[in-house]
Ligand binder design. Structure first.
Ligand code: ZN
Length: 475
């Protein structure tokens, strides 16, 4: 044991006092920061993260039941909460706050299931909620249990405040968006219980993130449009034979020639209301040639030079046109036999409003080879854009200005896919308006050590509270 003389003892005591002072300051700073609403949302968030809702090991029904308990504890009537779905393990939960009926309801949406996460791939346990260095870690923190927790916490807050909206507010937390169930929750609800979720429009937490770039909060995206998916099979069949007697007519080579033609084909440019607005607003954020090209495309979608330059970016290209790309290939059956079959799978991301028959006809024309048989694997969903109604966009602008001054509201088209597609197809315009800022250069959704900022979560909680309230007014 180390001995102290009186001087070093004094130094030691001062050091201890200093450390205690620092820690108590830190703790009081933390407790000061957390409001009752934040504490409630954090506790819901933690509970959701720690209930595994992957396809392999988890289920959303446990999650739905935990939410039900919180809602009934907060005063929601049992009759206003439905736990429902075709699979016992993977059910959805739908909750309603009754309004005065001045306008049609609004639906708020997030999914409960998450993508698989293996403990061995992560630095932390993905199913343990961890707060560290200003971040919340866990599978689903970014996609999209943060949004689910924010909606639940705000519905509870509104209930406790005895808030009577001018229209019903519906909350649907669903299964199967990430493949966590063998069906899609919102698709099933639309088909089987539309009355439960029917709404004038939907706000989806799973799209339209506010964005951070280089440490700065730059824009609040509103996802008002998304591309639809069409998968196609391209197949060439051949009589085959011994590989020592080849002919020019070869299934693999014929297919390869067709794929090479597709590589050089670009679908025509289609600019819609959402992408036109997007490019127009982004032009102000960018500079130089890129800014000029964005402005040109927003003003004149037939400016071919600007389109050509923008198309060199996979993202801007995907925003402007339907894309079809080879994702899988198989062919042949033996090392010493002529192939009897060669097959490729083509994944198309189709612009809203485009027709399946037109896509297939365009590809058939490009292939120009009747040996290549094009077959659709499933059908293209009807997927109109959601209109950028001025009164709706003004409400988003006003909440954004109030809470995040200087952050630009930016309508976007999703080049991937979300549950919004089912709702838009069913005639319910859908807007992705998540409240949680994400760093565009640190997007860990579906990946390792998924996380969101603690402050970003609490700010999102307040943002959505304001948004729900402003949208709940009939006008
Ligand atoms: Zn998601």
């Amino acid at each position: 044991m180390k001995k102290f003389n009186s001087y070093s003892l004094l130094k030691y005591c001062l050091a201890v006092l200093f450390i205690v002072a620092i820690f108590s300051q830190d703790i009081s700073a933390q407790t000061q920061k957390i409001t009752a609403e934040q504490e409630s949302a954090r506790s819901i968030f933690k509970e959701l993260i720690e209930i595994n809702t992957t396809h392999a090991a988890g289920n959303t029904t446990t999650s739905a039941k935990a939410i039900l308990k919180r809602l009934t504890d907060a005063g929601f009537a049992q009759k206003d909460i439905q736990i429902i779905g075709p699979q016992e393990k993977n059910q959805n939960i739908v909750v309603r706050i009754h309004g005065s009926g001045k306008a049609k309801p609004i639906l708020f949406l997030a999914h409960l299931d998450v993508v698989e996460a293996l403990r061995k791939d992560w630095s932390l346990d993905p199913f343990q909620f961890t707060e560290r260095d200003g971040f919340f870690y866990g599978r689903g923190t970014m996609d999209i249990k943060d949004g689910a927790a924010i909606l639940i916490a705000n519905f509870i807050r509104l209930k406790k405040e005895n808030f009577i909206p001018e229209r019903d507010l519906i909350l649907a937390l669903t299964a199967g968006e990430e493949g966590g169930a063998d069906y899609n929750g919102i698709e099933w609800l639309l088909k089987n219980h539309r009355d439960l979720i029917d709404a004038e429009f939907c706000i989806n937490m799973d799209a339209g993130d506010p964005q951070i770039k280089n440490g700065k909060r730059i824009n609040r995206t509103v996802q008002a449009s998304e591309k639809a998916v069409l998968n196609l099979s391209l197949e060439v069949k051949n009589a085959g034979g011994h590989s020592s007697l080849p002919s020019k007519d070869n299934a693999i080579n014929n297919l390869a020639e067709g794929l090479a033609k597709l590589k050089h084909y670009d679908f025509p440019v289609q600019i819609n209301e959402v992408t036109r607005t997007y490019f127009g607003k982004m032009a102000a954020l960018e500079s130089g040639q890129l800014s000029a090209d964005m402005k040109a495309v927003s003003e004149n979608p037939s400016d071919t030079a600007a389109i050509f330059r923008l198309s060199t970016s996979p993202y801007y290209n995907a925003l402007m046109r339907t894309t079809c790309i080879t994702t899988m290939i198989e062919g042949g059956h033996a090392i010493n036999a002529l192939p009897q079959s060669a097959k490729a799978t083509i994944n198309c991301r189709v612009m809203p409003g485009a027709k399946q028959v037109d896509i297939q006809n365009a590809l058939t024309q490009v292939l120009a080879d009747n040996q290549i048989v094009v077959t659709a694997l499933g059908n293209l969903l009807d997927n109109p854009d959601s209109p950028l109604k001025p009164e709706l966009m003004q409400k988003v602008e006003s909440v954004t200005k109030k809470l995040w001054p200087g952050v630009m509201v930016l309508p976007v088209m999703e080049v991937g896919a979300t549950d919004g597609i089912y709702l838009r197809g069913a005639g319910i315009p859908t807007y992705g308006i998540s409240g949680v800022f994400i760093d565009v250069d640190d997007n860990r959704a579906h990946g390792k050590d998924e996380r969101i900022g603690v402050k970003d979560f609490y700010d999102g909680l307040e943002y959505e509270y304001n948004l729900i309230k402003i949208f709940s007014a009939a006008k």
